[in-house]
Design a protein around this ligand. Structure first.
Ligand code: NAD
Length: 493
């Protein structure tokens, strides 16, 4: 049977649930109409559980609970220090369960287990970080001596709707839950339908940490149903969304009649620019990691590599050789560097780009299914060289282990190529020329630039994109700003 195959080749976590419910007002509940949807694992592509498929009625129930917890419950009125203690307990519990979380995440999403473990730890850190930030929070006071004092009174807003994608799902949920809760809001989370498994652990973690009932609610379901109902619910004044740019556009439109606060973290097609004077070995290592880690299913993936002509041939040769050494394997295997893509639909999309790429560029590594993996959503790390900027694989987000390499001659040409997409999330710049490094970084259309650096996050810095990659920045106090109202109080002396 397939389960036997899985048992032999893949890995089935112990005590895997066979159904997942919603979590409303401290209770696990089914959908009002009893509807469910299938969840597959990406190695066997077999249905392994049924998740409750939330509709408008279920979302309404969750929002009502969250609204009551906001207007009547203790959470928004607690001292920041008290909320912070609960958040620290959440972080400790998450950290103490990192192995289990990683096992479930890896099984459900296909992420390599070692990388899933890193994401679980980062989720704990997200709670710690915002727990500390709200305690340290200072707000402005403006004085006109002898005449007036004006101060800022920061208030939680209400029920925050959190809508998250399937890539690194648990970590990205924590990135929204941490600041939304730290600031005293109550929440309804709608996790991605491809990967609801790790999110099902939140209810137990929050209850154990002492979060009051109704503060955290979770509704599973499809984007067009549960997500849509959350966006259109009049008692949800805030929507924090991470996902595709196309979905972001739909949500913008749907939220407009309600004049909601929106934070949008969207897609990317981020360039890595390698100048001839760069440390080539470091650049090859980092750009290989930058697009193949997390299976290439990473919003900030450096999926276009622009290389200066003087070192182009050498770079392509070294890059292709290294890409061929990247170890594709079963997600649970600690040696695996690229696992299985999340879902057969996504696999088909990525594979269609691999085929398109064959007529748009020169294939130098990968190009299809890796040997030894006749089933499951496995794609060999794929590298196309000589890709012109008009190519679809240069312009469109593939969100898999596929990279396009393009040569350039001058700094101006590199900048024009870097900016020649609708996206503007991240950029990676490799050069040893200090002046060029800073000038280029400042000119490139990207919300975040990593200079001679791997993608390493500092949670205090702004996170977000420009152009079609998003609107609004989170990270550090920007997250606190998004989840609070800053009321100005004016006093005449
Ligand atoms: P997606 O847009 O398909 O779905 C994201 C979430 O939105 C899911 O929970 C989905 O159910 C929900 N949704 C879908 N349609 C909806 C609707 N009409 N109304 C309300 N909710 C709806 O994205 P995905 O495929 O899950 O995630 C991959 C995308 O996310 C990529 O484009 C990636 O670049 C992007 N991403 C961006 C960041 C960032 O921080 N900028 C981070 C991670 C992922």
């Amino acid at each position: 049977t397939d389960t036997a195959t899985l048992g032999a080749q893949g890995h089935v976590p112990a005590d895997l649930p066979t159904r997942i419910q919603h979590y409303v007002d401290g209770e696990l509940v089914d959908s009002a109409d009893g509807a469910t949807f299938d969840v597959l694992d990406p190695v066997s592509n077999e249905v392994y559980l049924q998740a409750a498929a939330g509709k408008a009625a279920d979302v309404d129930r969750a929002v009502t609970a969250a609204r009551r917890a906001f207007t009547e419950g203790p959470w928004p009125r607690m001292l920041p220090r008290e909320r912070s203690k609960v958040l620290h307990r959440i972080a400790d519990i998450v950290e103490s369960r990192d192995a289990r979380l990683a096992e479930l995440e890896s099984f459900d999403s296909g992420l390599p287990i070692t990388q899933a473990l890193g994401q679980a730890r980062r989720a704990a850190e997200n709670f710690r970080f915002f727990a500390d930030l709200v305690v340290a929070q200072a707000d402005d006071t403006f004085k006109v001596p002898g005449r007036q004092i004006n101060y800022v009174n920061r208030k939680p807003i209400g029920v925050a709707g959190l809508i998250t994608p399937w890539n690194t799902p648990f970590m990205l949920e924590s990135w929204k839950l941490g600041p939304a809760l730290a600031t005293g809001n109550t929440v309804v989370l709608k996790p991605a339908e491809f990967t609801p498994l790790s999110a099902s652990l939140w209810a137990g973690i929050f209850a154990e940490a002492g979060l009051p009932s109704g503060v955290f609610n979770l509704v599973n379901g499809l984007g067009e149903e549960a997500g849509d109902a959350l966006v259109k619910h009049p008692d949800v004044p805030l929507i924090s969304f991470t996902g595709e740019s196309r979905t972001g556009q739909v949500i913008f439109g749907n939220a407009a009649p309600f004049l909601k606060g929106l934070s949008m973290e969207l897609g990317g097609k981020s360039p890595a620019i390698v100048f001839a004077d760069a440390d080539l070995e470091a650049a090859v290592d980092a750009t290989v990691y930058g697009v193949f880690s997390l299976n290439g299913e990473r919003c900030t993936a450096g999926s276009r590599i622009l290389v200066q002509r003087d070192v182009y041939d050498e770079f392509v040769e070294r890059y292709a050789a290294q890409a061929k050494r990247v170890k594709v394997g079963f997600p649970h295997d600690p040696d695996t560097e690229v696992g299985a893509l999340v879902h057969p639909e996504h696999y088909d999309k990525v594979m269609s780009y691999v085929e398109i790429g064959k007529s748009e560029g020169r294939l130098v590594a990968g190009g299809g299914r890796p040997e030894g993996f006749p089933a499951g959503n496995f794609v060999a790390p794929t590298v196309f060289a000589d890709v012109p900027p008009s190519a679809r694989i240069f312009q469109e987000e593939i969100f898999g282990p596929v990279v396009a390499i393009t040569p350039f001659d001058t700094d101006e040409e590199a900048l024009a190529l870097a900016n020649d997409t609708r996206y503007g999330l991240a950029a990676y710049v490799w050069t040893n020329d200090l002046k060029r490094a800073h000038n280029f970084s400042q000119a490139v259309d990207a919300g975040m630039v990593w200079l001679n650096s791997n993608n390493v996050r500092d949670l205090r810095t702004p996170f977000g994109g420009v152009k079609a990659s998003g609107l609004g920045h989170e990270g550090g106090y920007r997250s606190i700003d998004f989840y609070t109202d800053q009321q100005a109080v004016h006093i005449t002396l």
